[in-house]
Design a protein around this ligand. Structure first.
Ligand SMILES: [Zn+2]
Length: 194
């Protein structure tokens, strides 16, 4: 179901219909992980405006968009957000041409998603909605990269598998944000999968 879910510890889960995005409170602003399908652009815009402009508070800035990987249901609104929020877009280099060319099979050795149940389901369910405005990333993420410069106490973890450039964001508190991936860190970590 589309809508906003509970916020905890400065983490807001934004359900954009089939995909979750995560808005993390950072120093002097926010960092958004993933952006959903382009068809959900106006909904995401509305949620972000509300979060960044809380009544009685100084308006906050969206400082960075991090993509867990380059698939269209995660990268769909990057170009819009860059143009409207002046935000930089960060993605792992191994997925860079997925978002530059809009080719979801790029750099996928055996093109597994072409035949996977998920791919077929997504294609059937969303059809032309999976088309999105391609863009050149501003920042290429690397394994172990510290995100402190963006006001986030977290680091990047390279998690190749679903795509070669899939990454997770691991906060100092032990929360892991990743996309289309199940990752077992036992009881030490809460895992957010979108
Ligand atoms: Zn995916």
């Amino acid at each position: 179901m589309e809508g906003e879910k509970a916020m905890s510890k400065g983490i807001e889960i934004i359900d954009v219909g089939g995909v979750n995005c995560y808005l993390l409170e950072a120093d002097d602003g926010f960092v958004l992980i993933d952006t959903g399908f382009s068809a959900k652009c106006m909904f995401l815009d509305e949620v972000l405006k509300k979060a960044l402009n809380k009544p009685g508070e100084v308006p906050k800035k969206l400082k960075l968009v991090i993509l867990t990987h380059g698939d269209s249901d995660h990268a769909g609104n990057c170009k819009f957000l860059r143009e409207n929020y002046g935000v930089k877009i960060a993605v792992h280099f191994e997925d860079s041409m997925m978002v530059e060319n809009g080719d979801m099979s790029w750099n996928r050795k055996s093109k597994p998603d072409k035949i996977s149940f998920t791919f077929r389901l997504v294609t059937l369910a969303f059809g032309k909605n999976s088309v999105f405005d391609t863009f050149k990333p501003d920042i290429y993420l690397q394994d172990g990269q510290n995100l402190a410069e963006f006001g986030l106490s977290a680091k990047v973890i390279h998690l190749p598998g679903h795509s070669k450039g899939s990454i997770g964001v691991l906060t100092n508190e032990g929360d892991l944000f990743c996309g289309d991936l199940i990752y077992n860190l036992k009881t030490l970590t809460k895992v957010y999968i979108n």
